[in-house]
Design a protein around this ligand. Structure first.
Ligand SMILES: [Zn+2]
Length: 144
């Protein structure tokens, strides 16, 4: 299994195999720059979010967060644990709402953290507020 990863430098999508995702630095096959993909989670910008949602054949879960948000930071390790468990089955993205106001307004993010799950290009569920690990896993499991 692999994960669709957006390159912020050249804006191409890469397929990163599971075994590479957790060990090596992921490198863009096109421009050779380092992909912002760590522990099975990628940090995307507005364009990356659109491209992945449109192209992914597996469900996509997005964590909308910001640097100043305490609950978002507290939730990050939980999101990381789930990403590792569902690597290749569900794509885990993070969107910094301050750096990507377009995505925040497109998806009408009113509070953070907000989690949205997309399948076949469409939003299918959203949860506002941080979830405990078990609840997050159940949520992801439902669609993967
Ligand atoms: Zn690239």
């Amino acid at each position: 299994m692999d994960t669709l990863v957006f390159c912020k430098k050249c804006e191409k999508l890469n397929r990163v195999p599971n075994e590479k995702a957790l060990s090596d630095l992921a490198i863009c096959g096109n421009c050779k720059s380092e992909l912002d993909f760590h522990h099975g989670i990628q940090e995307v910008n507005d364009l990356g979010l659109q491209k992945i949602i449109r192209s992914s054949s597996v469900p996509v879960i997005v964590d909308f967060w910001a640097e100043w948000c305490g609950p978002c930071k507290a939730f990050a390790p939980t999101f990381k644990l789930a990403a590792k468990e569902f690597l290749g089955k569900t794509t885990f993205l993070k969107v910094n709402t301050e750096l990507n106001p377009h995505s925040s307004s497109t998806f009408q993010i009113r509070s953070i953290p907000t989690l949205i799950i997309f399948k076949n290009g469409k939003e299918i569920e959203r949860q506002s507020g941080a979830l405990p690990l078990q609840a997050l896993k159940s949520l992801v499991q439902k669609y993967s």
